[in-house]
Design a protein around this ligand. Structure first.
Ligand code: ATP
Length: 249
């Protein structure tokens, strides 16, 4: 990892249930911040709300990073957005075109006005007296999965990136180091402009699907606290919870 040595300590596994679950167990046993688990195969890769993340050794890069922040989880709601900025910057540095971000945790690829899911970010926080531990899970498609999924999917190859998985991981960790520093000092406020620069659906009509209701309006992007701003025509709604799904109208 060259200059990253000392900030991240990467353990590469052939297989595990989920890199985030494995990292959580290691964190419980005292693993330091900066521990990274990358696995060729996951038998139980997770998304949000119990959803599954599909991966295969040929087509995916799946890894998780342990980080710690002082204080409680209150200021960390923008962390998945911050990690999205690191991913987008890293993929750009590898020559990708069309990388966009979707609130709160997806990286999309835009090709000819169509959007497909390239990567997902899963943040799991736990706090105690000493501060807050973040397990940052990232699943990135190197090539698009062949399984049928409810949404369009894409791989890095579709973005024009030819780098191998080691170089992709190194590029992401390199950007992540800087982004986590900025986030630690200034919170998401320090990265909001960068996120907006990658926003997939700025000023476009969207639906926000919640458990009980759907809100529709024009997507105004994110605020410094990581919330999504939606212009319903009658008022500006601020959406904090990640337990909703954003869709193009
Ligand atoms: P939504 O887009 O509905 O808000 P989400 O952000 O909650 O979804 P995640 O938790 O990030 O979704 O990811 C899980 C979902 O991603 C799965 O339900 C599946 O539809 C989709 N998915 C699973 N594996 C992949 C993959 N390798 N590439 C792209 N999408 C995937």
């Amino acid at each position: 990892l060259g200059p990253l040595a000392g900030r991240f300590d990467v353990d590469a596994l052939d297989e595990c249930d989920s890199t985030s679950s494995e990292l959580m167990r290691r964190a419980d046993r005292g693993a330091p911040a900066g521990t990274v688990i990358v696995a060729d195969r996951q038998s139980a890769g997770r998304g949000r709300r119990g959803r599954s993340w599909l991966s295969s050794p040929e087509s995916s890069l799946t890894f998780s990073v342990l980080w710690r922040f002082p204080g409680n989880a209150a200021g960390l709601s923008g962390l998945s957005l911050a990690v999205g900025v690191a991913l987008a910057r890293a993929l750009d540095s590898l020559g990708a075109t069309g990388v966009r971000l979707k609130w709160p945790n997806d990286v999309l690829l835009e090709v000819d006005g169509e959007f497909a899911k390239l990567a997902g970010i899963l943040i799991e926080l736990s706090s105690d007296r000493r501060g807050t531990q973040a397990i940052v899970g990232i699943g990135l498609n190197l090539s698009a999965p062949t399984e049928a999924l409810p949404q369009a999917v894409a791989g890095l190859a579709d973005a024009g990136v030819t780098a191998g998985r080691h170089d992709v991981l190194a590029a992401i960790l390199s950007e992540l180091a800087g982004v986590l520093d900025t986030f630690g000092e200034a919170g998401f406020a320090g990265l909001k402009a960068a996120w907006q620069g990658y926003h997939a659906w700025q000023d476009l009509p969207v639906h926000i699907l919640g458990e009980e209701q759907t809100l529709s309006g024009r997507c105004l992007g994110v605020d410094a606290d990581g919330s999504l701003l939606l212009d319903t025509g009658e008022r500006i709604e601020r959406i904090f919870s990640g337990d909703v799904s954003l869709r193009r109208a």
